[in-house]
Design a protein. Structure first.
Ligand SMILES: CCCCCCCCCCCCCCCC(=O)SCCNC(=O)CCNC(=O)[C@H](O)C(C)(C)COP(=O)(O)OP(=O)(O)OC[C@H]1O[C@@H](n2cnc3c(N)ncnc32)[C@H](O)[C@@H]1OP(=O)(O)O
Length: 227
């Protein structure tokens, strides 16, 4: 007999990974802008670290300076990861998220636009996202598509988790400016079927299809006007 692993419904939603937080939207947005400016500089740091050719001694001095900055941020920390919070207006914020986290210097970050057909995002991927020379790592493509397709399924009013995601890499995806898209192609009970793609200026480089599932018992907010 096989024992079933706990689903996200049990492990994340009910255990508090999604936290109702009544911070007013204006205050969320003020703090988000502050933390986002720090994460932007961290992102520059990552790119500069990958591409630097300065002498070894200078590398060591920069490392020591950075260690001192880390100590300053450690003075006051959350006890664990940032999780997902949402307020009474269903404004949600997930500042640690690997793809859209405002506080996460390893997130590109993706700025997702919800429209009547689904979602899209324009992003510029640099040296930190390289796999084959000059090309986006295949796992990074899957990461970004997973997220934008999950947001498409979720539609800003419910949370749908990835059940199955299938990728077709049609050709190499060059580093640089890219467009990501997701659209709902069907729904059956709690299952939402989504198609997604990554394109460069010459067309589609990666196609994906996925089944996203709204865990039983999780809330659905009223419809919101599209942005
Ligand atoms: C209101 C507040 C607003 C807050 C707003 C926040 C912002 C919101 C943005 C979110 C954006 C996220 C974007 C990132 C998306 C990730 O990256 S999520 C992380 C990766 N995914 C995971 O870790 C999921 C792990 N799996 C699980 O937790 C559970 O298996 C699932 C997926 C929740 C399903 O569990 P379950 O609900 O117990 O499913 P179950 O009742 O067995 O089956 C329901 C149906 O789904 C089907 N199904 C189950 N598993 C699968 C599967 N793996 N594949 C296909 N079909 C399946 C079943 O066959 C069944 O179908 P029907 O019988 O109805 O035809």
């Amino acid at each position: 007999m096989t024992s079933r692993q706990p689903s996200l419904r049990a492990s994340a939603w009910q255990a508090g990974g999604f936290v109702r937080d009544d911070t007013p939207t204006a205050e969320v947005e003020r703090r988000e802008a502050v933390i986002e400016s720090l994460a932007g500089t961290v992102r520059d740091l990552i790119d500069a670290t990958i591409r630097t050719t300065v002498e070894d001694d200078e590398v060591h001095r920069v490392r020591d300076d950075l260690a001192a900055l880390v100590d300053r941020l450690r003075v006051s920390q959350l006890p664990g990861p940032a999780g997902v919070r949402y307020n009474t207006e269903f404004r949600s914020w997930n500042w640690g998220n690997a793809v859209v986290g405002a506080a996460n210097g390893i997130a590109p970050p993706l700025r997702i636009v919800h429209d009547s057909d689904g979602c899209h995002a324009d992003v510029v991927l640099g040296a930190a996202y390289e796999g084959p020379p000059g090309l986006v790592h295949g796992g990074v493509s899957a990461l970004l598509l997973d997220h934008i397709m999950g947001e498409t399924a979720s539609g800003r009013r419910r949370t749908a988790f990835t059940g199955t995601l299938t990728m077709r890499y049609r050709r190499g995806t060059p580093l640089g400016p890219l467009r990501l898209e997701g659209r709902i192609v069907g729904e059956e009970r709690r299952k939402i079927f989504v198609a997604g793609s990554i394109s460069d200026a010459d067309g589609v480089t990666v196609e994906a299809e996925g089944v996203f599932i709204q865990p039983a018992g999780t809330p659905t907010a009223p419809e919101r006007p599209s942005t």
